[in-house]
Write a protein that binds this ligand. Structure first.
Ligand SMILES: [Zn+2]
Length: 385
């Protein structure tokens, strides 16, 4: 069964050999989907016949958004903490403990219902791939449970036992790192593709460079790919550690020194920017232009989580990246699609070349530019083909 998707005013391919500009835009385009992949694309007037025709009537079509950083397995919410922060309280990662308590107290069905609702909410806004982290269980059983549930909705699951040091290990960080790198990792690795760590020596709740290295190296020995939360609250070792160890992505990158930018420019690690966090914690945004000028690969993601960024909207992140971080609309759209795919080391998503997975997002607008031009308007949705 093949489907011809036609009537596309503007098709973003992210393939510069296929179309105009950095997004490889083809105007008045069509594409043919067969067996879940792109089989043909080009000008609509040259389209071959297919079993079925879907006319999108002058809308723009993009590769589905790739949200490469999200925390979707949790109980409760932190709306009250958000309100307090908006009246001046500073964010230091400490509120995570309240989500840990609520997550441990929740049943599998409660966690699953929340998780599935958030994935559906994302899809309704154009996200077709999402990475999901553990990190609110922080016991062997609760972390393994989070990853088992996450695996029900995505292959991109990340073990984040080293999110914060839980209350019962207060003053015994080394003991907790031993648990994370030992029996907790062993229980979680079967359900995880990645390992991650909140490397933030400036936070009393997170992990310094040595502990982060221990977590990442243990994860690698267990066969997991590496990701890092780094340089969110202050400059620190996270970015350079991520590059040194060949992590797929280092996320946040809000506080960088020249050596961090140089390391990213010389390495293979993607810098994933999460503007929803700066928005929701009222913090300075990362300097996207500095990274782009240095030739660093920049991705955008939501960091959807109940504390520091409870948005599931990639279009909102694109709008912020353009308005607040100086990215061009095309840079932001690339970061939310191809950039996210690079951050997950995936070649089959984030673009719409022949052979790519048929993950399409359609806009109720004629151009990708409308994502930033019309902030807060629900233009994007994943297309069911
Ligand atoms: Zn995060």
């Amino acid at each position: 069964m093949s489907t011809l998707v036609t009537g596309i005013a503007e098709l973003v391919t992210n393939d510069v050999s296929r179309g105009e500009g950095p997004l490889g835009v083809v105007s008045d385009a069509a594409l043919v989907i067969a067996d879940g992949a792109v089989g043909w694309l080009g000008p609509a007037r040259e389209a071959p016949a297919a079993d079925r025709v879907l006319d999108v009537e002058g809308r723009a079509v993009l590769p589905g958004f790739v949200d490469s950083h999200a925390h979707l397995v949790f109980g409760g919410d932190r709306a009250v903490e958000f309100e307090a922060r908006m009246t001046g309280r500073r964010y230091d990662g400490g509120g995570i403990a309240s989500t840990v308590d609520a997550t441990r107290a929740a049943s599998d069905d409660q966690l699953r219902a929340r998780l599935r609702a958030l994935v559906a909410e994302m899809r309704a806004q154009g996200t077709t791939t999402v990475e999901v982290k553990s990190g609110y269980g922080l016991t062997i059983d609760d972390e393994a449970r989070a990853l088992r549930l996450a695996r029900e909705v995505t292959d991109e699951t990340t073990f984040l036992g080293a999110h914060v040091v839980p209350a019962e290990f207060a003053g015994r960080r080394d003991d907790y790192v031993e648990l994370v790198t030992g029996p907790m990792l062993a229980a979680c690795a079967p359900y995880a593709s990645w390992v991650d760590v909140f490397c933030e020596p400036a936070s009393p709740h997170a992990f310094d460079g040595d502990a982060s290295r221990a977590v990442l190296e243990a994860g690698r020995r267990a066969g997991l790919g590496l990701r890092v939360h780094g340089n969110q609250l202050a400059a620190g070792p996270g970015v350079r550690l991520a590059v040194e160890l060949g992590a797929a992505s280092v996320d946040h990158c809000t506080h960088l020194v020249d050596a961090d930018v140089d390391a990213l420019a010389g390495g293979t690690t993607v810098a994933t920017l999460l503007p929803g966090v700066e928005f929701s914690t009222r913090s300075p945004y990362p300097d996207a232009r500095r990274l782009l000028a240095a030739g660093v690969t920049v991705a955008l993601a939501t960091d959807c989580n109940p504390g520091s960024s409870f948005t599931s909207s990639m279009p909102f992140c694109i709008a912020m990246a353009v308005r607040e971080m100086g990215m061009t609309p095309s840079e932001a759209v690339w970061g939310a699609t191809a950039g996210g795919a690079a951050a997950l080391r995936r070649a089959d998503i984030g673009h719409l070349g022949v052979g790519a997975r048929a993950d399409l997002t359609v806009l109720d607008a004629p151009s990708y530019r409308h994502l930033a031009y019309r902030p807060g308007v629900p233009l994007a949705r994943a297309l069911d083909v």
